[in-house]
Design a protein around this ligand. Structure first.
Ligand code: ZN
Length: 136
């Protein structure tokens, strides 16, 4: 794991939360985009050495919707940046760590993502996050 890339926060009403993060907390909004593969719309904010990813469910399906139903809004995952996600998934599987998907899924900005089973990380949902060569 190279570093913590971002912290994923489940929210209702993305625009309202963006206003809070930018106008009240003073963070810079980097981009907003839809990630259909994960059934969410996301906004990335710059918090200096780490990004904040706000995730709003697009419909009544998917992990973010379920998180909000079960636990309300709040921190949903912590993402580690990795340079080779397939290699890292393989390495973890060899150590008997369960990964939630067989293959990486398409994430924001053309990134690739995979999640470690939260039971294997003692209640924390960790994302492996490989950025596209384009940058953000
Ligand atoms: Zn994430």
């Amino acid at each position: 794991m190279e570093k913590v890339d971002h912290i994923g926060i489940a929210v209702n009403n993305l625009e309202q939360k963006i206003t809070y993060y930018t106008e009240i907390l003073g963070l810079k909004l980097l981009n907003i985009e839809e990630v259909p593969s994960q059934n969410v719309r996301v906004a990335f904010l710059d918090a200096g050495n780490v990004h904040i990813e706000l995730l709003e469910p697009l419909s009544d399906e998917g992990a973010i919707y379920k998180h909000i139903q079960k636990r309300g809004e709040g921190i949903q995952h912590v993402a580690f940046k990795v340079s080779d996600i397939n290699h890292k998934m393989q390495e973890l599987r060899e150590k008997n760590v369960r990964i939630l998907s067989e293959q990486p899924v398409e994430g924001a900005g053309g990134s690739k993502a995979a999640f470690i089973h939260p039971k294997d990380s003692f209640g924390v949902l960790y994302e492996l996050y490989e950025k596209s060569s384009k940058g953000e």
